[in-house]
Design a binder for this molecule. Structure first.
Ligand SMILES: *Cc1c(COP(=O)(O)O)cnc(C)c1O
Length: 214
């Protein structure tokens, strides 16, 4: 586990990178999955207002300890039957990648804001929808009573150039569809994501150090 001083220094490094690019409006989401409640509290003490969780069960076990004023982002892949369990806790859903998920979120939390996860075109092993599936998702979201705020994507592990292409592609798609938010950039690639126009960085390891094994 880290201490406050280390956390503050880590956060400052990220804030400097954001500031240098003139992007102070970018939201830094502290990914607290795998960490105990003390890390959520630590982040909140340092002015973090957004945290990311990936697992429904883990979120359920932490929910009562999340400080007031901290928004919860669900960043993991979620099964349809688990939406109900955390619907009241989640302030923004990041990885919506199927029509049925839009229906279920709309049913359990009418008006909920979501991001559609964009995959890598031509690579079916990667999570997320293809570029030409975004428009039908937007139509379905409207029908389901869900508000699409933007797009989310993942970089390509250990390949900066492929990550840059994916981030620029996703930012362009958000622009085409007039969606304001683009959630992209993790510990290993957040500088690339920032340069490509990310509006939400999802950061775990660079802030907290390595996650304890599950
Ligand atoms: C775990 C996770 C992160 C944070 O990863 P780090 O590499 O620790 O910054 C970001 N986004 C998603 C979707 C994740 O699952």
């Amino acid at each position: 586990m880290i201490d406050d001083e280390r956390f503050a220094a880590n956060l400052e490094t990220v804030r400097e990178a954001v500031h240098r690019l003139g992007r102070d409006e970018v939201r830094i989401l502290a990914v607290t999955k795998g960490h105990g409640v003390e890390e959520i509290e630590r982040a909140a003490r340092h002015g973090i207002t957004d945290i990311g969780e990936s697992y429904a069960q883990e979120l359920e076990s932490k929910r009562s300890t999340i400080p007031d004023g901290v928004a919860v982002h669900f960043i993991g892949r979620i099964q349809r039957n688990k939406v109900r369990r955390v619907a009241a806790d989640v302030d923004l859903w990041h990885s919506v990648d199927r029509l049925e998920l839009l229906d279920e979120i709309g049913r359990r939390r009418p008006g909920a804001p979501v991001l559609i996860q964009v995959g890598v075109d031509g690579d079916p092993t990667k999570a997320g929808v293809a570029a030409d599936e975004i428009a039908p998702m937007l139509v379905r979201a409207e029908e389901a009573g869900v508000e699409v705020r933007g797009l989310m994507t993942m970089g390509v592990f250990d390949d900066d150039e492929a990550s840059r292409r994916q981030f620029e592609h996703t930012a362009r798609l958000a622009e085409i569809h007039e969606l304001p938010e683009v959630s992209m950039g993790m510990s290993g690639d957040y500088r690339i994501a920032l340069a490509a126009g990310s509006t939400i960085l999802r950061l775990g390891t660079v802030l907290f150090g390595p996650r304890p094994s599950r």
